[in-house]
Design a binder for this molecule. Structure first.
Ligand code: ATP
Length: 339
């Protein structure tokens, strides 16, 4: 039968009728509403309320105020309010180095564990495509992350720091061939995962200052970067290059960590400095960046790390330098939040 059915007629009428309701909702909520429409011809109204930036106790009263005002209108019999909030932005702390083998992954793992122990809701991302070593350092080798829908679920571990690693999503050796955009995509999968309560990510970047690193940094703008270097002059020159890579991408430098600084003798406990002392701190001063501390070259750190127990997880004094660095990073993050 030709002609307009009653419900169609009603919907056609709504087109004009919802305008006063929409403007009422806009006025009441300070412009937080959208998508107002009738779901049926019995007067069921649907509306979206954006509660981004509102604290939990403020959301419910606003929703109720909106519902009551709309229900007071004759044409409305019930109201369905869908509350939405913008996706929570993760605070990313990138850990980088000018060259490989300086202990960047060791620092990233222990920084994450130490931040967790300070109460930060932290996760760990291993973006070091050239040598993803965090699964071993965090004792979760061989565990593949599951996917929920299109997103990965980070792998839990005994240290309370959920983690995702390129080593878990690529076949061995495959990732090294990734070019900048591919590495960027892979990092996206690791960062844009189901992190749950996590609000801060420590990201272990590949060593060096190539395109891959730059793509990664540009795609997931870190809040700040921690640079790891060994004390030798050459390593410090490379570290300066890493610093300029971050500066080029407008990423603030949280500070420089000197790793393998001095040798802690396992027999007498004495510390000697085969590469000199104070070079990294002086270099940080010259570059105008903070010095976050030194971690000695200690057999205990290597053995614990390679055995899948980050020194910062226990009570061993070997973990202390990492806790000191984490305290400074946590202060930096707090100060950033307060800005
Ligand atoms: N302070 C330290 N004392 C003793 N051994 C250390 C220390 N820091 C790191 N190591 C050891 O040095 C090796 C390299 O460390 P790590 O893998 O963290 O370096 P990296 O900079 O991440 O290397 P890559 O460039 O391969 O990713 C590991 O065997 C680690 O246990």
């Amino acid at each position: 039968m030709a002609g307009i059915r009653p419900s169609q007629a009603y919907l056609a009428l709504d087109m004009t009728d919802t305008a006063p309701l929409a403007s009422l909702a806009t006025d009441l909520t300070g412009g937080r509403t959208s998508g107002l429409r009738f779901l049926d011809d019995a007067g069921t109204l649907a509306i979206v309320l954006d509660v981004t930036g509102l604290a939990e106790p403020e959301r419910k009263p606003l929703e109720e105020k909106l519902r009551d005002a709309l229900l007071a209108r004759d044409e409305v019999t019930s109201v369905r309010v869908a509350m939405t909030a913008e996706k929570k932005a993760l605070t990313i702390v990138a850990v980088g180095s000018g060259k490989g083998g300086v202990g960047k992954s060791t620092l990233a793992a222990n920084l994450a564990v130490a931040l967790h122990r300070r109460g930060v809701k932290v996760g760990l991302v291993d973006a070091d495509i050239y040598g993803p070593s965090l699964p071993r350092l965090m004792d979760s080798e061989g565990t593949k992350p599951e996917a929920q829908g299109s997103k990965l679920v980070p792998v839990p571990n005994a240290y309370g720091v959920p983690m995702l690693s390129t080593g878990q999503i690529a076949a061995p050796g495959q990732a090294i061939a990734w070019r900048g955009p591919m590495a960027g995509k892979a990092l996206e999968q690791l960062v844009d995962a189901r992190w749950g309560a996590v609000d801060t990510l420590v990201v272990d970047l590949p060593p060096g200052t190539g395109d891959v690193q730059l793509t990664m940094i540009q795609r997931h703008k870190p809040a700040g970067a921690v640079i790891v270097s060994t004390p030798q002059d050459l390593a410090l020159i490379d570290a300066a290059r890493a610093i300029s890579l971050f500066e080029q991408a407008d990423v603030p430098i949280i500070g420089l960590v000197e790793n393998m600084a001095g040798y802690a003798c396992p027999h007498c406990g004495g510390v000697s400095d085969p590469f000199g002392r104070g070079g990294a701190e002086a270099a940080a001063g010259e570059m105008g960046i903070a010095f976050l501390g030194r971690v000695p070259l200690a057999i205990g750190i290597r053995l614990a790390s390679d055995g899948g127990v980050p020194p910062a997880a226990g009570t061993d004094p070997a973990g202390e330098p990492f806790h000191a660095v984490a305290a400074k990073v946590a202060d930096w993050l707090d100060a950033r939040k307060a800005r």
